[in-house]
Each structure stands twice: as C-alpha cells, then as structure tokens.
Write a protein that binds this ligand. Sequence first.
Ligand code: AMP
Length: 114
Amino acid sequence: MAESETIFARILRGEIPCDEVYADELCLAFRDIQPQAPVHVLVIPREPLVNLCDAEPRHQALLGHLLLVAARVAQQEGLSSWRTVINNGAEAGQTVFHLHVHVIGGRPLLWPPG
Ligand code: AMP
C-alpha cells in the first residue's frame, strides 16, 4: 500500500477525524483508537516516513522532535512514568506504515514486551 493511502496519511489530510492532543508544523499527536493502557497516544510526523528504515541523516532533527513531543504529551497527560515504542516492520508489530511513536502509560508496564 502506498504511504499516501495509510490511515495516518488520511488523518493528516483531515479526511478522517482523530482525538488530537498536540499538533505543530512537524507532527501531530492523537489518542490511539484501541488504547493498550489508560494513556495511549501516537505521535506522527507530517512527513510521510514509513518507519525508521526510511529515515535518513536529514531526518535527525525531526526524529529528535518526535521524542521531545512524546515526553511533552506524557507530561501533559500527567504521567511520571511511561513507555515509548516504535514498531519497525510487520514482524515487530507495525500495522500502519507511517512512522509513529506510541506513548503508553497510566498502568504498570511489564518487561520484556511480547
Ligand atoms: P502499530 O501496530 O505500531 O503500527 O500501531 C498502529 C496503531 O494505530 C495501533 O495501536 C492502532 O490501534 C492505531 N490506529 C489505527 N487506526 C487508528 C485511527 N484511525 N485512529 C487512532 N489510532 C489508530
């Protein structure tokens, strides 16, 4: 599937709604539709990167920005502990092929993940 057809590309184009928690010129953060914890937010770049394999040195600042926004969102949600996850590829659990950082918290989290 072309990245332009992913559900997140459609959210970015405003074609389908999302429960937005943060937005700026580089990224958008919204609540996961199938939350795995009391807080489950996705931070996505506006630039259509498939995943980290798609990232190049020119994306260094953007990738850092996504992590800073993840921390900002976690704090905004009142979390003092949380987990960030980036599933990279189908075998790692990636189902939407537009890069996204999961911000998960609000309950004790087990390690290692499944
Ligand atoms: P991943 O499995 O890492 O690719 O994560 C994709 C995430 O996107 C899953 O946690 C889904 O629940 C979530 N998701 C899929 N469609 C939507 C949507 N329309 N709005 C919000 N989250 C979504």
